[in-house]
Design a protein around this ligand. Structure first.
Ligand SMILES: *Cc1c(COP(=O)(O)O)cnc(C)c1O
Length: 421
């Protein structure tokens, strides 16, 4: 049998599960907003809580924390979290060398300096020792990312934050519902940020949320996302504008629309069920891949429940010579499912281009602080050559989907000599 990339028959031609999947109550929720006379939080009070406020309450409760501020995107959630924690001009913020570009571009977005630190080779999350080595007197915060299906080593990172008096912000954009020593991802630092983008495990197309246990911080985040206004504890008279102005902080409009919030109310009801289904399928794959010599992404000790935004695995050593892009293209052809290398290390990534934006202060001082010679990232830089990932939606089907993935990997191993050519 020939590999599908070389014109042979593919292992699979059947479709993969579609994502996003509308929740049972999605249409009903959206229709309610359509006829409500209230499409935005900055609109008149119509006698009931906004969908935005309802979702905020539900998502805070889901995460076992006090407060949630919904936002237009995960990017917006990270920005208000950083700013509300007082991070700004000239502050250094530790960011993992491996993540989606927004984990770092948001640090620049609040005028701070992202200092990249390497990741752990098994979890692909921030390496606590590398983080500690990157601390300078200007370091004010660290943005910890729970990447793909792993939770970062929160025991060590929280300890580090405590010892150096740093603000810890969790980028939980990929980890809705994951649990670490009894706490949900996103609730272990001063603030946590989620993305509800199309690809994520909880989605409304475009959206986000910041969570915190600190009421004062929550109020600051709320004002930062609504041009300095916030929702009062008690609603105004019917048909009066609901948001009140305090003039405490100048914000920007990063609010989530009522349609998006309504959709999230419906989708949140199905998050746990989908997370369980993905974890079950992932555990089947983890075992089978390990038997074949692949190394599935690990998570940190202390993890009680993983969620799978992406399923990630490292190629076996005896595939050396065949890199992840080549193997990924072969698997994609066998399965009709995109199987891609993990993210490139952020500093050299095509999407990380600070100099393309005149708004950022990138003078000599910035160059000195971010000098690549000072902040080496060997693990982050090698990751995309050795690791492959596919989207979580492929874990939402039947058991035989896992069998197909395993069959494609087996075929790849059998034909590795052909791929080296
Ligand atoms: C998706 C994502 C973001 C940004 O979220 P958006 O909703 O796309 O703005 C930030 N960090 C990580 C790790 C992400 O995966």
């Amino acid at each position: 049998m020939t590999l599908a990339v070389h014109g042979g028959d593919p292992v699979r031609t059947a479709d993969w599960p579609l994502w996003p999947r509308p929740a049972e109550r999605a249409a009903e929720q959206l229709t309610e907003v359509l006829h409500s006379g209230r499409w935005s939080i900055s609109g008149p009070y119509r006698g009931t809580d906004t969908k935005e406020r309802t979702f905020a309450r539900m998502f805070a409760r889901y995460n076992g924390t006090g407060h949630c501020v919904p936002t237009a995107s995960g990017t917006a959630a990270l920005m208000i979290a950083l700013e509300a924690c007082g991070i700004g001009a000239g502050d250094e913020v530790l960011v993992p060398g491996l993540s989606w570009v927004a984990s770092a571009s948001t640090v620049l977005g609040v005028n701070a300096v992202p200092v990249f630190v390497d990741v752990d080779p098994d979890t692909l999350c921030m390496d606590p020792a590398a983080a500690e080595a990157a601390i300078t007197p200007a370091t004010r915060a660290l943005v910890v990312v729970h990447l793909y299906s792993s939770l970062a080593d929160m025991d060590a990172l929280r300890d580090l934050a405590r010892r150096h008096d740093l603000v810890l912000i969790e980028d939980a954009a990929q980890a809705h519902g994951a649990v670490y020593r009894g706490a949900r991802a996103g609730t272990m630092g001063r603030a946590g940020a989620f993305s509800m983008h199309h690809t994520k495990v909880l989605t409304c197309g475009e959206g986000g949320a910041a969570v915190t246990g600190d009421a004062e911080l929550a109020l600051r985040m709320a004002e930062l996302r609504a041009d300095g206004r916030h929702q009062p504890d008690r609603p105004p008279a019917l048909h009066e504008m609901e948001l009140v102005s305090t003039g405490t902080v100048m914000g920007s409009n990063r609010a989530l629309s009522e349609f998006h919030a309504a959709l999230l109310i419906a989708q949140l009801e199905e998050l746990d069920r989908y997370n369980e289904q993905r974890a079950l399928q992932a555990s089947v794959l983890e075992k089978a891949l390990t038997d074949l010599g692949f190394t599935p992404q690990r998570t940190s000790p202390g993890t009680e429940r993983r969620t799978y935004f992406g399923f990630v695995f490292r190629l076996p050593r005896d595939l050396d010579g065949v890199d992840a892009p080549t193997a990924g293209a072969a698997l994609t052809a066998e399965l009709g499912l995109p199987v891609k290398p993990v993210y490139p290390a952020i500093p050299g990534a095509p999407l990380y281009r600070p100099h393309s934006r005149r708004r950022f202060d990138l003078g000599a001082d910035h160059r000195r602080r971010t000098d690549p010679a000072r902040h080496r990232l060997p693990v982050s830089e090698l990751a995309a050559a050795r690791h492959l990932t596919f989207h979580h939606s492929a874990l939402l089907g039947e058991r035989r989907d896992a069998d197909d993935i395993v069959a494609a990997l087996r075929k790849l191993l059998d034909h590795r000599a052909d791929l080296g050519r």
